[in-house]
Design a protein around this ligand. Structure first.
Ligand code: SF4
Ligand code: SF4
Length: 169
């Protein structure tokens, strides 16, 4: 069956695009009275909500030790292979901890799989989103740079616990 094409006949105004121009001008005029959303960055910083997946960071216990037990699950699951862990034995009850733990933020795609797979609430997606540097090396973050007090990551930890029923057992 052949489909019949119906072409709309445009009048002289429509051919010149005048209705669209008027619509555009009305939209612009209406926008002049709306609340402005421009942020004066960097003086006015954006505080990301807990759902935002920013730079992954390592959780530091109250006594300054890392929560990470160097199980390497996050290293294995990381799609772009951004995580590198060197484990060492420890006298603490957890037996193993990372001697070195690095995340290459040039590779990281902020997918959050490392956080999802971690059994120890040891790596979380923070609200840190400013990732700019002058050299590639500066964007490879090492253990000391990644370790962050648990209190500073509380917002995301609580969100993850509630949203995904994670680390609750
Ligand atoms: S957020 Fe994704 S890409 Fe980045 S380190 Fe974690 S698993 Fe790898
Ligand atoms: S951060 Fe979590 S998943 Fe990664 S090695 Fe440490 S305990 Fe394992």
């Amino acid at each position: 069956m052949q489909v019949k094409r119906v072409e709309k006949q445009l009048n002289a105004f429509e051919k010149l695009g005048i209705p669209e121009i008027i619509k555009g001008m009305l939209f612009t005029f209406g926008s002049m009275f709306k609340k402005r959303v421009t942020r004066q960055y960097p003086e006015e910083r954006y505080v990301a909500p807990a759902a935002v997946k920013g730079q992954p960071l390592l959780v530091e216990n109250e006594d300054g030790t890392p929560r990470c037990v160097a199980c390497s699950l996050c290293e294995v699951v990381c799609p772009p292979k951004a995580i590198t862990i060197q484990a060492e034995e420890t006298d603490r009850y957890i037996e193993r901890e990372p001697e070195e733990f690095s995340i290459d933020m040039l590779r990281c795609i902020l997918c959050g799989l490392c956080e999802e797979v971690c059994p120890k609430e040891a790596i979380v997606m923070s609200d840190r989103y400013e990732l700019a540097a002058f050299t590639r090396e500066e964007l490879v973050f090492h253990k000391d740079q990644l370790l962050t007090p648990k209190a500073d990551l509380r917002k995301r930890i609580d969100f993850t616990k509630e949203k995904f029923d994670k680390w609750n057992s």
